[in-house]
Write a protein that binds this ligand. Structure first.
Ligand SMILES: Cc1cc2nc3c(=O)[nH]c(=O)nc-3n(C[C@H](O)[C@H](O)[C@H](O)COP(=O)(O)OP(=O)(O)OC[C@H]3O[C@@H](n4cnc5c(N)ncnc54)[C@H](O)[C@@H]3O)c2cc1C
Length: 379
């Protein structure tokens, strides 16, 4: 007996973008299957990030990315109110040495975007020997774990969506009636899915899925990245991002009471310029390979933490010693478009690759751009 399951849409990747895409398709009336290779949703970039609800400030060299962040911010905030944390003072500052942006450029950029940027010339906490300029800004954080819980619940409640965890597509065929036939393995079971449309939302896994469906790869590069979570009571209600080059940033990690810390120089442990991530640590683990990416958080070959370097770097921007307590670090693969080195932009790319059967690819640059899918998937 043929036990092929039939869906309108299959969404591959259960991070925020895949979860949102699945809900969007269900809202359009489709029967959807969401396939995630891990044993739970949201184990990768959608929780391992700095939780910055981008308002534009972070991209002084990419007006397009800055505009897209600002455009989506109001709707994201309104629809995720209980998951957004705003009760802290957020500063952007320019390092006196080696910055790609200076204070005049940064102010001009903020004026152009019409985002608040108020010079702060004598804040007692900041070290003005290192900082050329400090600006009070308006930028909030989202709580990745609260967002995960919200989307998990929404997916469980949506009757039109079937969730397959610990599942992977092993082979793809084009069917004879404008459909895809997907061969899926889930634990020791294997099954077949027949669908008329598929959405790739696998972020670091993007090019493996494109390969399976027979489409050209996107030009990506990948970095094994560390986000440090720290306690520092004297600055718990403060965020500081130092622009624009190999500097760093701290800000509340949503509503957790912790600060996240990242550094352009120390967050990224290893870089792969191959279109599919290739790292030497993959040799040490049985379940991780360029086309089968495991979870760096539970990986025995995870790099040693750079937290001491990150806190030492950020300490230079404060006028007094900060008592940084390392709570834990989260690791994942950060992926970006190779072209992003030109302007450090992080656009979210959503593309339709084929019609009848339909195939769409999402490559997400930042969390609050989830709505971009609505502009492309309309069938
Ligand atoms: C270190 C870091 C800092 C960041 N900071 C910020 C920030 O402050 N603000 C911001 O807005 N954005 C930030 N980002 C970007 C943001 O986190 C990502 O754009 C976003 O989380 C991507 O979401 P996603 O759902 O596409 O990917 P993910 O959350 O990675 O989800 C992809 C899912 O696909 C699954 N998958 C992969 N391959 C397969 C396969 N073959 N079959 C089935 N499932 C598969 C994975 O297991 C995963 O669950 C940051 C990213 C990183 C890594």
């Amino acid at each position: 007996m043929d036990n092929t399951e039939i869906y309108d849409f299959v969404v591959i990747g259960g991070g925020l973008f895949g979860s949102y895409a699945a809900l969007h398709c269900a809202k359009l009336g489709h029967k959807v299957c969401l396939i995630e290779r891990e044993d739970a949703l949201f184990k990768k970039a959608s929780v391992v990030n700095q939780a910055r609800l981008h308002a534009g400030y972070h991209y002084p060299r990419s007006v397009a990315t800055a505009r897209m962040s600002d455009d989506n911010k109001a709707r994201f905030t309104a629809e995720h109110k209980e998951m957004v944390f705003a009760d802290f003072d957020k500063y952007y500052a320019i390092d006196k040495h080696s910055s790609f942006t200076d204070n005049r450029q940064f102010q001009r950029f903020c004026e152009f975007l019409d985002i608040q940027c108020e010079p702060v010339n004598n804040h007692p906490l900041f070290n003005y020997d290192r900082l050329e300029a400090v600006y009070k800004t308006v930028e909030h954080t989202f709580d990745p774990f609260l967002i995960k819980n919200r989307y998990k619940k929404k997916l469980e409640e949506e009757k039109k969506i079937t969730l397959k965890l610990s599942a992977e597509i092993t082979r793809v065929e084009r069917g004879s009636s404008e459909n895809w036939i997907l061969h899926v393995s889930q634990g020791d079971k294997s099954s077949k899915i027949n669908c008329s449309a598929a959405i790739n939302a696998t972020y670091a896994g993007t090019n493996s899925i494109l390969g399976l469906f027979g489409f050209e790869e996107w030009n990506l590069q990948h970095e094994i990245s560390e986000i440090g979570l720290i306690e520092a009571p004297e600055i718990a209600h403060l965020g500081l991002t130092v622009m624009d080059g190999p500097f760093g940033s701290i800000m509340p990690y949503g509503k957790s009471g912790l600060l996240s810390i990242s550094s352009v120089a120390y967050t990224h442990h290893k870089i792969s310029y191959a279109n599919k991530p290739e790292f030497d640590c993959m040799q040490k683990t049985a379940d991780c390979a360029p086309s089968q990416l495991a979870d760096c958080n539970s990986c025995p070959a995870q790099p040693a933490s750079n937290i001491k370097k990150m806190t030492a770097q950020m300490s230079q921007y404060f006028s007094k010693p900060i008592d940084w307590k390392h709570f834990k670090s989260l690791f994942t693969i950060k992926s970006k478009l190779k072209s992003s080195h030109i302007d450090d932009g992080r656009p979210t790319e959503i593309r339709q690759f084929s019609e009848k059967p339909y195939f769409y690819g999402i490559f997400a640059g930042k969390i609050n751009s989830i709505y971009e899918i609505e502009k492309v998937v309309k069938i």
